[in-house]
Design a protein around this ligand. Structure first.
Ligand code: SF4
Length: 197
């Protein structure tokens, strides 16, 4: 039987630049493909380019670095067999963080940390599974949607507002929104500000 494989855009070692774990060294496994085509997407290249890798091939790539934290991102990871990939990494002893748009309801029960950055058609069930709901805020952000996401905030789930592209006008808007909803938090894309790859 052929080994399961995943279409991988890139695997690289860097620093988490966003949200609760900002500053944490981690290996990023960026899966290829995403059907959403958001206008502000900063990883459009990942929707196009990928190569198939088996679990052992992914683990071999990860073994090049000392970090035990892996961030599965994309593209959109849930468009592939995400539970199986999480299992491969967990079984190998990695701490698994996930970044997803939350559109596909997926079993993420073995992940250590789930960040949902909600897009149109986000699944309510995925919002309930999120440790963090990270909302990208730009000038055209629908404030009614924001209220809907705020409803999922609870002792487990923290809301972060992240200014689109670190633009000052979007930072200003986030600060205004946060002052009206102080239980949420600001997430800047630190890796871009610090020019970290
Ligand atoms: S869902 Fe995420 S990866 Fe997909 S197009 Fe939108 S921003 Fe890009």
């Amino acid at each position: 039987m052929p080994q399961p494989s995943w279409n991988v855009n890139e695997i690289f070692y860097s620093i988490q630049g966003e949200g609760r774990h900002t500053g944490m060294p981690a290996v990023f496994v960026r899966l290829a493909g995403c059907t959403m085509n958001c206008p502000f997407c900063d990883t459009k290249y990942a929707a196009r380019d990928g190569k198939l890798m088996t679990g052992p091939e992914i683990l071999k790539a990860l073994s090049a670095w000392p970090a035990k934290a892996v961030i599965i991102t994309g593209g959109e990871p849930a468009e592939q067999d995400l539970p199986a990939l999480i299992a491969v990494l967990k079984d190998a002893g990695y701490q698994v963080h996930l970044e997803t748009n939350g559109v596909r309801d997926t079993d993420v029960s073995r992940a250590d940390f789930v960040c949902v950055s909600p897009k149109k058609y986000v699944s309510a069930d995925m919002l309930k599974k999120a440790d963090v709901i990270k909302i990208v805020v730009g000038q055209d952000t629908d404030l009614e949607d924001l209220q809907k996401y705020y409803a999922y905030e609870n002792a487990k789930t923290q809301i972060y507002l992240q200014p689109e592209s670190n633009k000052q006008e979007n930072i200003d808007l986030c600060v205004k929104l946060l002052k009206n909803h102080p239980s949420a938090r600001l997430s800047l894309q630190m890796h871009k500000l610090a020019n970290i790859r």
